[in-house]
Design a protein around this ligand. Structure first.
Ligand SMILES: Nc1nc2c(ncn2[C@@H]2O[C@H](COP(=O)(O)OP(=O)(O)O)[C@@H](O)[C@H]2O)c(=O)[nH]1
Ligand SMILES: [Mg+2]
Length: 380
């Protein structure tokens, strides 16, 4: 058991709170269509990171329409394994029709919220069969049309012929979500040609606009592109927790009183991890949170808190003081943002795929130090 000497089972507490927070976010379900080689998998990877194939239990999984889930549980993905329009397109549409119909009787996190129709720019054409497919698809689910592998110059300008193709598709008057515009993307940067990644933020924006309100928080958590959106979600979580902490206040002596804040802070950290869609097994995050809080001493009877205060007080004398509500609030807020930094770090550094404890602790501490301010007048 990961806990401190006060007997708080931090890991267990975190796990429960995290599961609850993820469940509360729900799930965003996306269907992705396009020919083999169009760039579906590459695009999904760039936007959501690694999405794993499940066992297929409970989902109508077939060879032509496979259901995948993000490890966080926040994203469901229906991937047409690649098909041509015509006969196999009909099969895929029929299958999707069944899924959509079945979903109508179920909760919102079982429904398909949007589709991406993915088209490789270098095909340089959009056939009538494809237009018909988009039309029929749009009867089942809102369709966003995405041009992939678009050539982009180092200065970020898009190849003129790609713009022309997009304009041509738009001129057909298809029911393209959310605004009739085709979205041009390049999911891979080429360091040799110095071509940048392009259009993913626009794609995410369009997907947000298309998704129903109930699925947007899960989408925000699952995607990797729009970090500002995640920060905004975390800001609300931190504000709520620190406001509660202000109302709580703490007396540092005896030290154990600081532990009053622990459940609040654990809950805050769990909600943040969920809002970031940290794609690690929850047991693993829980164990890191446990060791983080233990080693930082934040939970062990507030020792760390007190030593932080000591360092912040000129002369290093611990005055006989009550940690005011303002300090409790500032402390909780600093912890929240420090944890946001850790979640960002873990997401950016997806190559490691692991929480490295030493590094995580460093990232946490650095951000905490930068954020924690002793409110004026609180030590007198
Ligand atoms: N330069 C570049 N190459 C891409 C891009 N998307 C896909 N590719 C390449 O195109 C090929 C097919 O991509 P993939 O994602 O497997 O297509 P899928 O069959 O639709 O899933 C792969 O070799 C990718 O590396 C992109 O945005 N830019
Ligand atoms: Mg693929």
């Amino acid at each position: 058991m990961i806990g401190d000497e006060d007997g708080i089972d931090i890991g267990g507490m975190f796990s429960r709170e995290y599961a609850e927070a993820v469940a509360e976010l729900g799930r965003f379900n996306l269907a992705v269509f396009g020919k083999t080689g169009a760039g579906k998998s590459t695009l999904i990877n760039a936007v959501f990171g690694q999405v794993v194939a499940p066992t297929g239990t409970g989902s109508p999984v077939t060879a032509d329409l496979a259901f995948y889930q993000h490890q966080s549980g926040l994203l469901g993905l229906l991937d047409s394994q690649g098909f041509e329009t015509g006969q196999s397109g009909d099969t895929v549409l029929a299958r999707l029709g069944e899924i959509v119909t079945a979903g109508r009787q179920q909760s919102v996190d079982r429904q398909i919220h949007a589709a991406w129709y993915v088209l490789r720019w270098s095909d340089r054409r959009f056939e009538q069969g494809q237009a018909m497919f988009v039309n029929r698809l749009a009867e089942l689910v809102p369709v966003i049309v995405v041009l992939t592998q678009v050539p982009v110059a180092p200065d970020g300008s898009v190849h003129g012929e790609a713009l022309e193709l997009a304009a041509y598709i738009e001129s057909l008057g298809l029911p393209i979500a959310p605004s009739g515009r085709v979205i041009l993307t390049n999911a891979l940067a080429d360091p040799f040609l110095r071509t940048p990644v392009y259009g993913l933020q626009t794609l995410i924006e369009a997907t947000f606009q298309t998704a129903p309100e109930a699925a947007r928080r899960a989408l925000s958590a699952a995607q990797l592109i729009d970090r500002e959106r995640k920060r905004q979600a975390c800001q609300a979580i931190i504000k709520k927790a620190s406001t509660t902490a202000v109302a709580t206040g703490v007396t540092p002596i005896p030290f154990s009183d600081a532990a009053i804040l622990v459940p609040l802070q654990i809950s805050m950290m769990a909600k943040i991890a969920a809002a970031y869609g940290v794609a690690l097994p929850k047991s693993r995050i829980a164990s890191v949170v446990g060791s983080l809080m233990l080693s930082s001493g934040a939970t062990s009877a507030g020792r760390w808190l007190v030593s932080s205060l000591l360092r912040a007080v000129p002369g290093g004398q611990l005055p006989a003081m009550v940690i005011s509500g303002a300090v409790a609030g500032s402390l909780t807020s600093a912890m929240g943002w420090a944890w946001v930094r850790v979640c960002e770090y873990v997401q950016e550094d997806s190559t490691s795929g692991l929480f490295d404890r030493v590094v995580v602790e460093q990232v946490f501490r650095d951000e905490f130090k930068a954020r924690f301010r002793l409110p004026r007048g609180s030590t007198s």
